[in-house]
Design a protein around this ligand. Structure first.
Ligand code: WAQ
Ligand code: MG
Length: 254
């Protein structure tokens, strides 16, 4: 699902369901699309058969949450974790700069993600307005029940956390990706995360100020191991179903 106002992306969501559940899922997605601060003028729901494609089964990344008192502290924590993933100081600073200032050429948020060279900070996505969208991922019914329980046990009840964890799990397993930085473009949602196979999903409570309608995602790649076509194909086309859930825990203040 993708909701927009003219050229401005508002929200999107991805599901993988059995044929029996298509109608109900489409309804859920429309409800979801209209639940934003700004009402969309355009909502698109696209339905593709997965057909004979092999569905990859994954376990969701472990989550740890860190409470940051403000944006400055939150970004310092995010930078530290990205450093552990092997992202250079230069690329970290450039990524934070782009997400803060609106990475699309229109000055707004992109529909998809920036693909950034983790060493040189060069942007590698061909369309800098659209970026690359990760698609075709979802929770199995059992994993959905399990993750909702585990997240609510540590006080996380917003659907955004669950959706972002699913996306980050698919992305962390992508060929060539060493880490991801994300915060929401929604003005009232200040939380974000750094995710990688190495660190798991590190949720940071504050990565931007309230009332800022800019956010986005940066997928950092190791260029020496990068096959761009294989990466984009995996992100956009290869179906991933999360059938097991990792650990979820709270950490002390940073
Ligand atoms: N693939 C790639 N990039 C995407 C996708 C996608 N499927 N969906 C969104 N983006 C990019 C796009 O640039 C958006 O502007 C940006 O990410 C933010 O999207 O644990 O809500 O849907 O509670 O606003 C973080 C969760 C919330 C923290 C992230 O993102 C938590 C969120 P949003
Ligand atoms: Mg959003």
């Amino acid at each position: 699902m993708r909701a927009s106002n003219g050229v401005h992306h508002i929200s999107g969501a991805e599901r993988i369901v059995s044929a029996d559940n298509i109608s109900i899922t489409v309804q859920e997605l429309i409800v979801r699309a209209r639940k934003t601060l700004v009402a969309p003028e355009h909502i698109e729901v696209k339905i593709d058969a997965i057909g004979a494609l092999q569905v990859r089964l994954l376990t969701s990344l472990d989550i740890v949450t860190l409470n940051a008192p403000d944006k400055r502290t939150g970004r310092a924590v995010a930078s530290h974790v990205l450093g552990q993933c092997g992202v250079s100081r230069k690329s970290i600073e450039e990524a934070i700069h782009l997400l803060s200032n609106g990475a699309a050429s229109s000055g707004g948020s992109m529909r998809g993600a920036i693909i950034m060279d983790a060493q040189s900070a060069e942007r590698l996505e061909t369309d800098q307005d659209r970026g690359v969208r990760a698609s075709r991922f979802d929770w199995s019914e059992d994993a959905f029940t399990s993750i909702n329980q585990k997240l609510s046990d540590i006080g996380l009840t917003h659907f955004r956390t669950r959706e972002a964890l699913a996306l980050a799990t698919k992305v962390a397993h992508a060929p060539g990706i060493i880490g991801e930085l994300c915060w929401s473009d929604d003005p009232d949602y200040t939380a974000g995360y750094v995710a990688s196979l190495k660190t798991g999903y590190v949720r940071i409570s504050v990565l931007k100020d309230r009332d800022i309608p800019r956010g986005g995602r940066v997928f950092f790649v190791d260029r020496t191991k990068l096959d761009m076509d294989a990466l984009v194909h995996y992100l956009q086309n290869e179906p991933v179903l999360i059938t097991d859930t990792g650990n979820c825990r709270l950490e002390r203040e940073p």
